[in-house]
Design a protein around this ligand. Structure first.
Ligand code: F6R
Length: 260
């Protein structure tokens, strides 16, 4: 796991967009794993900017979102398939039918989860997965206690996550209690994982992710077992890391040929 501590959202957006641009140069039909929420917004903004300036195209790419709420009415603005369209994909040349998300609308939800796994597999797996992290250490909506090998399935949100996400809704009561989410095992199958976090409220979860024990109590800690994870943090999110100085030192002295 490589930890990169950056001054703020602009630098995080630029560096993450560099990684995605270089992937799309090598592999224009790359499969991207997209997170929603506030953390990836600087990345999406920078990707949109680069698309508009003609340096980047998603015309051949495919995307899979991480998770979806259950129980919101069709076209609700907080459905993640609406959020990803609004925040990112409709501003670039992503084909609508190449952006997939778990389908929380059918009667057979567990069938929908299995078919989502099949779709990801049929696409050849995710080349680059973008992740945020919850204050309770979740990735996707794999809340504490999630099986480290889990696949796409239904989860119940913790009250902490519902409170954190209430800012996107009219009230806490409107935040759904259930979601479909890629499992930790599904996320771990991605070839490269790029996690980003900003702000002091993420510092504890980030410490547990990178320096704590690998445990279902902090689902993100499973990423310690992945061979290629890049973590972009601002100073506040990095502020509880015991080895922060070492991460800064290694990044400063990183040989250029090594890449991210
Ligand atoms: C969203 C997702 C979540 C968020 C996490 C952090 O698709 O999977 O894991 O990344 O809840 O949310 P923000 O970025 O809003 O702090």
């Amino acid at each position: 796991m490589e930890i990169v501590i950056l001054p703020g959202r602009t630098e995080i957006g630029m560096m993450a967009a560099d990684v995605i641009e270089s992937l799309l140069d090598r592999k224009p039909d790359a499969v991207l794993g997209l997170a929603t929420g506030s953390s990836p917004l600087p990345i999406y903004n920078e990707l949109v900017r680069r698309y508009r300036s003609g340096v980047l195209s998603f015309a051949e790419a495919k995307a899979f979102t991480l998770d979806e709420y259950i129980g919101l009415p069709d076209q609700h603005p907080e459905l993640y398939r609406e959020v990803i369209r609004r925040e990112f994909t409709r501003h670039v040349d992503f084909a609508e039918d190449k952006v997939h998300g778990p389908d929380g609308f059918g009667v057979d939800l567990s069938g929908a989860c299995n078919s989502y796994e099949d779709q990801i597999r049929a696409a050849g797996g995710v080349d680059l997965q973008i992740l945020g992290i919850g204050t309770d250490g979740h990735i996707g909506f794999n809340e504490p206690g999630s099986s480290l090998g889990s696949r796409t399935r239904i989860k119940t949100l913790t009250e902490q996550t519902r409170r954190d996400n209430a800012r996107f809704f009219d009230s806490l009561d409107s935040v759904p209690k259930h979601v479909l989410t890629q499992g930790l095992g599904t996320i771990m199958d991605s070839r490269h994982i790029l996690l980003t976090a900003r702000g002091l409220n993420k510092a504890e979860a980030v410490r547990e992710l990178a320096e704590g024990a690998v445990t279902a109590l902090c689902p993100a800690s499973v990423l310690q077992l992945h061979p290629h994870v890049t973590v972009f943090l601002d100073e506040a999110a990095a502020s509880m890391l015991a080895l922060a100085d070492y991460y800064r030192h290694s990044f400063q002295h990183k040989p250029l040929w090594q890449g991210l």
